[in-house]
Design a protein around this ligand. Structure first.
Ligand SMILES: [Fe+2]
Ligand SMILES: [Fe+2]
Length: 369
């Protein structure tokens, strides 16, 4: 049986495949080299360290690679941590399933995409519709958007995370538009769907996400605004006021200057988008922390840095695992639950098993690079 990260506990002897999310070489005060790592699989992430044979294993433990890890689980600051004794790269014939090792969104990307498409196709304003089509009908964009992560570490840091987060934010703004009819529904739909579009260029890599040079020098907030501005320019007669408001929504969606927005939200739609973005990302972090640490002793999680607090492990949140988003949306029929976890209400169908579809190890290695 697979040793899932979520189930690791002190004393376990580990001999399993995990993905290397991060690997750093450090030195003790005495000058001894060691490696600190973050390992992931579909159920979560765990820290690990390595004290022996550092030079040889550092070459194997490259970010983004799947490796076999041998070691023993201890604890550090109340959380499991693996002391690695050995590791190796994948070999031909290794039997691994992508869905086990890959830190991916727990929701089916095709279903999320279909739902997002429904919202997009409901847009009435012809200019907004054209603008959205220029992104969401581009095959290259679609391919990338379905698998991209929304973050390096903070929230929705998973393959498909950007799509999951975008859908979460779009659902929220549309709910707001129902409750507050003065909000411009089309503007909100476009703002939500495009607010993090710059992340496609800000970060790269599915297993181990790294910031690009563009990401570090410009960032997704400014670049997203630029992309949208350029796309508006290509649409004949695109109203200047509409373009201004859309770019403003993207530029202000982090809500505060110290969080990377150059301007504060100054329109009703920008305010709504900022709050929806914040809600979706924060609740993700809340449920993930409680889901990952739910079975460990104590009523509170360890401190979640981005939220500046520890979290109380409520009964319902513990049961929900790492799920943040109710899926499917109310009124929809299908859902794909994550491996070995019941989906949140309403419950979905068991995941389909497709025997004989395990690809060769080398292929996965290539896929993850
Ligand atoms: Fe953002
Ligand atoms: Fe966002």
């Amino acid at each position: 049986m697979r040793q899932n990260i979520r189930d690791l506990k002190e004393g376990d002897v580990v001999d399993e495949f995990y993905a290397i999310q991060q690997c750093d070489r450090r030195e003790t005060k005495q000058g001894k080299s060691f490696l600190t790592l973050v390992l992931t699989d579909a159920t979560g992430s765990v820290s690990a360290n390595l004290w022996d044979d550092v030079d040889r294993l550092q070459k194997i433990f490259e970010s983004g690679k799947i490796v076999k890890i041998t070691g023993k689980v201890g604890t550090y600051e109340g959380k499991p941590q693996i002391k690695i004794s050995d590791g190796r790269s994948l070999r031909p014939g290794d039997k691994i399933n992508e869905s086990d090792v890959r830190m991916g969104s727990v929701y089916d990307p095709e279903e999320m995409w279909r739902e997002l498409e429904e919202y997009r196709l409901n847009v009435k304003d012809p200019y907004v519709a054209k603008l959205l089509a220029s992104f969401f009908e581009d095959p290259e964009f679609i391919k990338e958007f379905k698998v991209h992560t929304a973050a390096k570490a903070m929230h929705h840091a998973a393959c498909g995370g950007l799509l999951e987060h975008t859908l979460g934010v779009t659902r929220l703004v549309l709910t707001m538009a129902e409750r507050y009819p003065k909000l411009n529904r089309d503007l909100l739909t476009a703002g939500a769907m495009l607010h993090d579009v710059g992340k496609l260029y800000e970060m790269q890599g599915s297993l181990s996400t790294e910031y690009t040079t563009l990401g570090r020098l410009i960032g997704h907030v400014a670049y997203g605004s630029e992309l949208v501005g350029k796309a508006c320019d290509k649409i004949e007669g695109f109203p200047e006021e509409l373009r201004l408001q859309l770019q403003h929504m993207i530029l202000s969606h982090h809500g505060r200057l110290e969080f990377g927005s150059p301007v504060l939200p100054q329109t009703p739609e920008a305010m709504a988008l900022f709050r929806a973005d914040e809600t979706d990302s924060h609740l993700y972090m809340v449920f993930k922390a409680i889901g990952e640490e739910g079975e460990q002793p104590g009523d509170f999680t360890s401190r979640v840095k981005a939220l500046e607090t520890a979290l109380y492990k409520t009964e319902a949140a513990r049961k929900g695992g790492i799920y943040s988003m109710a899926y499917p949306a109310a009124g929809k029929k299908t859902a794909k639950p994550a491996p070995e976890q019941p989906a949140p209400e309403p419950a979905g169908q068991p995941a389909e098993e497709k025997p004989g579809e395990e690809p060769a190890a080398q292929q996965w290695d290539l896929f993850f690079k």
